[in-house]
Ligand binder design. Structure first.
Ligand code: FES
Ligand code: MG
Length: 591
């Protein structure tokens, strides 16, 4: 093994003064010179658990087992606190903070004496933020999920995180339950520590971290309170020390092949529409080209195997008992649908070695490839005069809609509807039940001003419920289009992440309530049926910074100045030029 990076702080014969200055403060909590100057790799535990982050808070417990593993393998663990990112608590949206946590962790891993890192992932944005930092810095890194909550139950039915909120709000709007009933149903979905127990963005991103090869096999699906969660935490601690000794880095694992594998797994698990944003971002920081055309080309034809809410019925514990990610990959391998079986992983073995021969233990939860939930279940990447790129999750399209507008490639039928435009969620809440808008089943709801610049941070506000008077008639969904995002726990067949956003002058800035829209899923197009001259006139009268309220914090302003569109991962312009930062040598001495 070459000299440890951390030893350049603590053991520099050419500069005794700085060595002493670095050493003395780390000695003061009981570490000895022998430990700091010997051959023990120093391992950062990038801790995302805190009182502000309930989804990841159990990591404070798991960290103890990770430390045990690191010490047992001859390493020295140091906790690194990560800027909190909690999906449902942070306003205006947690995704505003993903890049902030990324920047902060990158700087921390670079500027301190650290040889490797355990990425304590979980709640939605924590996973991409930490993987983005690992990609940029490129020191040995291994991810550890905190694990999903136990299944929620209400009156004998599984209640899943988030998904139950979208269902209960419809029941409430239709007058079927009162306020207390609403709270009772929603609270039932949160029975224990852990992240969302549905196939929302958390379970998706944790599964994809495993599909990328960045977690030990089987790690993603273990429920947070299960004993196996403690075991894998210990094993993760053991393994990161070996990875430092082997110099096994993110650039060895997160290759183009690994991202292609992850796209395929995302279709098979029915993953969140947030996945393309985050995976494209991680890939950019890794220097791997990846875009939304790749998602459609590689992922669309892959079958949906995992029967989990919101696309299906089961939850996290069932996913675990069915075999989790290794069972999904094992079945895809067997069917010849897994593109790169020889991709490497953090345990030093290939995907084929880790998952070959495995299959579902509960075939109703993870279905066989020849009897899937949906045959072609990936994302479509739609284009047109409304936007250059927007994602649609086809696995949640109703059977009737799919049969009519998608399944038969020779059918010329396309969906046409009247646009109802909302400028932000506040506008939506004021207007949605206004009967004078005459919203009916042939309308398309548009949410704009909800993108990275407009919100700022791109909020999950695009999935909009129909007006109460339609809900009472049994109409539970209308097509929605927006330049923001949608919760991964929502089963709405929305057209999301539209780029460029209205605030950047994208086509959504020009659309008006009453315009005819045409969505052709077979051709992959989405257009306003408004003539060019009229669109040019509307563009001429746009204000200079449309749909962009004033920044409220310094970070909002900095983020807005530098952010890339959702289709490019919402990364900070220029940040992806910094690659293999640890490989560029060390920062200068500080005194
Ligand atoms: Fe944190 Fe779902 S809100 S995991
Ligand atoms: Mg969310």
């Amino acid at each position: 093994m070459t000299k440890l990076r951390s030893r350049k702080w603590f053991d520099n014969p050419d500069n005794r003064e700085m060595t002493a200055l670095y050493l003395e403060r780390y000695l003061n909590y009981g570490l000895t010179r022998e430990e700091l100057q010997g051959d023990k790799p120093i391992i950062a535990i990038a801790q995302t658990g805190s009182d502000l982050s309930p989804c990841n808070r159990h990591h404070l417990e798991l960290e103890k087992r990770v430390r045990d593993g690191i010490i047992a393998a001859g390493g020295l663990p140091l906790q690194v606190p990560v800027h909190p990112i909690q999906e449902t608590g942070k306003r205006p949206t947690a995704s505003l903070d993903r890049n902030l946590a990324y920047l902060s962790l990158t700087e921390t891993l670079y500027g301190y004496p650290l040889d490797g890192v355990v990425l304590m992932i979980g709640c939605d944005k924590t996973t991409p933020a930490l993987l983005m930092a690992a990609a940029t810095i490129n020191i040995p890194a291994i991810a550890l999920s905190v694990g999903p909550m136990l299944n929620g139950w209400f009156k004998g039915q599984r209640t899943g995180s988030g998904t139950i909120v979208w269902k209960a709000r419809e029941m409430h709007a239709a007058g079927e339950i009162d306020d207390a009933g609403f709270m009772e149903i929603v609270a039932s979905s949160t029975p224990s520590v852990g992240y969302c127990n549905t196939m929302g963005t958390a379970t998706t991103m944790n599964s994809l971290a495993e599909a990328l090869g960045m977690q030990l096999p089987g790690s993603a699906a273990i429920p947070a309170p299960y004993r196996q969660r403690g075991h894998i935490s210990y094993q993760t601690g053991l393994r990161i020390v070996e990875m430092v000794r082997e110099d096994l880095k993110p650039s060895d694992i997160m290759t183009r092949e690994a991202f292609e594998n992850a796209i395929v797994v995302n279709s098979a698990i029915g993953g969140s529409t947030n996945a393309p944003i985050h995976l494209n971002a991680i890939a950019r920081h890794m220097g791997v080209p990846l875009d939304n055309d790749d998602w459609q080309r590689l992922g669309y034809h892959i079958p949906l195997l995992t029967n989990m809410q919101p696309a299906g019925e089961y939850l996290g514990e069932d996913y675990f008992h069915a075999g989790g990610v290794p069972a999904v990959i094992g079945q895809l391998l067997e069917a010849g649908l897994f593109p790169h079986p020889d991709a490497g992983t953090v345990n030093g073995k290939t995907m084929r070695e880790n998952c070959g021969g495995l299959s579902s233990e509960l075939p109703d939860v993870i279905k066989p490839v020849d009897a899937p939930m949906v045959a072609a279940a990936g994302f479509l990447n739609l284009k047109g005069n409304l936007f250059d790129s927007a994602i649609m999750k086809t696995s949640v399209i109703s059977k009737e809609f799919r049969d009519r507008y998608l399944s038969n490639p020779d059918d010329p039928d396309a969906f046409e509807g009247r646009a109802i435009v909302f400028d932000g969620p506040e506008d939506f809440h004021v207007k949605i039940d206004d009967e004078t808008l005459e919203i009916d089943e042939n309308c398309i709801l548009i949410m704009r001003g909800a993108g990275p610049i407009g919100y700022p941070g791109a909020a999950e506000v695009v999935n909009m419920r129909p007006p109460a008077y339609l809900l009472k008639k049994g109409i539970h969904a209308l097509p929605c289009i927006g330049d923001g995002r949608q919760s991964g726990t929502s089963g709405s067949p929305s057209i999301l992440n539209a780029s460029p956003e209205a605030a950047a002058g994208g086509g959504l800035a020009l659309v008006r309530t009453g315009d005819r829209l045409r969505i052709d899923l077979r051709k992959g197009t989405a257009d306003m049926l408004v003539d060019e001259a009229e669109l040019a006139e509307r563009r001429r009268t746009l204000p200079s910074a449309p749909f962009t309220p004033e920044s409220q914090t310094p970070w909002q302003e900095i983020f807005r100045e530098r952010v890339e569109p959702l289709s490019k991962g919402m990364t900070l312009r220029g940040a992806d030029a910094y690659r293999d930062v640890a490989g560029r040598g060390l920062p200068r001495d500080n005194h």
